[in-house]
Design a protein around this ligand. Structure first.
Ligand SMILES: Nc1ncnc2c1ncn2[C@@H]1O[C@H](COP(=O)(O)OP(=O)(O)OP(=O)(O)O)[C@@H](O)[C@H]1O
Ligand SMILES: [Mg+2]
Length: 155
């Protein structure tokens, strides 16, 4: 990853200290390159750690305009980019049993080549696709630490 002057690199090359929602754009620009048809990214991290903010930022990077609401209550939001890439944003926080997800009808998204973005994936075990990429977020004072696998590091 090209080092951004506004991001401070921590111990591991795959950890980034991001001090504001605006600066999430720097990370999202990089992560957006890894989004493709059929890809699935898990966003793991405690309440309020910035999962929705990062996903929103990735969607902006992919050219989505207009409102990008958090699916905390709707559970699912969908978008299509100008290039025809279909994005599925799930927030499984309120799912208590993965069987509840059957009611939502995720299969149609599996058959087509949707790109999945999943918050609280631990609540959808065995029902959601396996992750191609796992992003972990956590609080660091007023900032956030965003962590992703080192193998993604490219220049
Ligand atoms: N990098 C950041 N630095 C500072 N504040 C941030 C950062 N990212 C997000 N925030 C703020 O943290 C709050 C929670 O963010 P967000 O809703 O994205 O978290 P979340 O992980 O999706 O939460 P939930 O688990 O409830 O879905 C928001 O007020 C947001 O503006
Ligand atoms: Mg959220």
């Amino acid at each position: 990853m090209k080092r951004e002057s506004r991001l401070n690199q921590l111990d591991s090359p795959a950890q980034w200290l991001v001090s504001s929602p605006q600066l999430m754009a720097d990370v999202s620009r990089y992560l957006a390159q890894h989004v493709q048809r059929g890809s699935c990214i898990y966003f793991e991290g405690e309440l309020g750690s910035g999962k929705t903010t990062l996903i929103r930022s990735i969607f902006r990077e992919l050219g989505i305009e207009g409102a990008i609401p958090s699916p905390t209550f709707s559970i699912m939001e969908t978008y299509t980019t100008l290039k025809g890439l279909e994005l599925l944003h799930l927030d499984l926080y309120r799912i208590e049993n993965p069987k509840e997800l059957a009611l939502i009808g995720l299969d149609e998204f599996r058959e087509e080549d949707w790109a999945w973005f999943i918050e609280w994936p631990e609540n959808g075990t065995d029902v959601i696709p396996a992750a191609d990429l796992r992003i972990r977020l956590r609080h660091a004072g007023n900032a956030r630490i965003v962590e992703f696998p080192p193998e993604l590091e490219v220049q």
